[in-house]
Design a protein around this ligand. Structure first.
Ligand SMILES: Nc1nc2c(c(=O)[nH]1)N[C@H]1C(S)=C(S)[C@@H](COP(=O)(O)O)O[C@H]1N2
Ligand SMILES: [Mo]
Length: 326
């Protein structure tokens, strides 16, 4: 392992100086944080140590080595992340999921991986949990409604699972199908969406290392209202792409329909990349309110292209007209 020293370029550390991997990664992120001129700002989550709320079962993880997987932004309070939710299967108001999702039964749980793959499989939750090392990833999540949060997820790259089932050459898209069970989900009585809630990605987006299959947050398993027991997190897209409580992953050769696109075709496109330059037809996307910063004097934040992940994902959209492919 090579570590850069301040004045002699690269050098081999002596045995006693070798920093354990986790410490090294945190140190590197810390140096990036200082280099970004953040002195005086609040400590980022991993530096302050993400606090386990102690409410649910622990889910151990290692810090992620994926480039861009640890934002320096301050982590949002667990109380906000677990009580201000969109999960229409449990109601339309922000506090409905936390009130109602206790009826969701997360075990036994299986996920089918099917369609254009060499090795279709049905995996139960325990098999999924140990398919790859669980990593902590601190991502911004930006809702199309104009608010955002910073959440320390626990999970691994969806690519780990997709590689295991071996997509066929004809596979171009991935569809995510989520649970729709009237007995567990009171929100299904409303016709706002065409249940089950589904989402989709292009295969290269799904294979991008930042695309996360999440099982936990804040060092614990996911609360039901956040999409237990397994959900997607796509940090450069509007929050609705991050489907909760997934039961099937289907590889297809055609662009799959998505719940929000079916509900309002001209408002929610297939891509749904966070883009301050493409307003929603009924409101601007140029700024956002960071949940927890809503005091009297809190300024709105400027929304960043691809939610700040442009360096990592921008090349996926090279040459595309992002106003057309919104
Ligand atoms: N199954 C399902 N997944 C869903 C939703 C939903 O209503 N049902 N809402 C989406 C929206 S609009 C957002 S902003 C995020 C919110 O995730 P969070 O509650 O964990 O912050 O979940 C997304 N995933
Ligand atoms: Mo959202």
């Amino acid at each position: 392992m090579l570590i850069r020293s301040h004045d002699n370029g690269f050098q081999h550390p002596k045995g006693s100086e070798i920093t354990p991997r986790a410490g090294y990664l945190k140190r590197r992120a810390w140096l990036q944080y200082l280099a970004a001129g953040s002195a005086g700002a609040a400590l980022p989550g991993w530096a302050a140590g993400v606090q386990r709320p102690g409410k649910l079962a622990a889910l151990a993880s290692v810090p992620s080595q994926v480039v861009g997987a640890n934002t320096m932004d301050r982590v949002t309070a667990y109380a906000d992340v677990s009580q201000y939710n969109n999960f229409y299967e449990f109601g339309l108001d922000k506090d409905d999921p936390a009130k109602n999702a206790h009826t969701l039964k997360t075990r036994p749980w299986t996920v089918k991986i099917e369609g254009l793959v060499q090795q279709p499989q049905t995996l139960d939750l325990d098999a999924l949990l140990k398919l790859a090392p669980q990593e902590e990833r601190i991502y911004r999540l930006r809702c199309v409604e104009g608010w955002s949060m910073v959440i320390p997820w626990v999970g691994y790259s969806l690519a780990e699972l997709l590689r295991k089932v071996q997509p066929l050459g004809s596979a171009k898209y991935v569809e995510f199908v989520t649970l729709a069970d009237k007995a567990q989900m009171p929100g299904l009585r409303s016709g706002v969406l065409d249940w089950p809630y589904t989402e989709g990605l292009r295969l290269d987006e799904a294979m991008h290392p930042l695309t996360l299959l999440a099982f936990g947050m804040y060092g614990e398993v996911l609360p039901n209202q956040n999409g237990a027991p397994v959900r997607l997190v796509v940090p450069w897209k509007y929050g609705f792409k991050s489907a909760k409580s997934i039961v099937a992953i289907r590889l297809t050769d055609k662009e799959p329909g998505t719940a929000w696109n079916k509900a309002a075709r001209n408002e929610y496109g297939f891509y749904s990349n966070v883009n301050p330059d493409v307003p929603h037809p009924r409101w601007s996307q140029a700024t956002e309110r960071r949940i927890g910063e809503d005091g009297l004097f809190a300024k709105k934040r400027k929304t960043q292209l691809f939610n700040g992940y442009e360096a990592q994902v921008g090349q996926l959209y090279a040459g595309m007209d992002l106003k057309k492919f919104y």
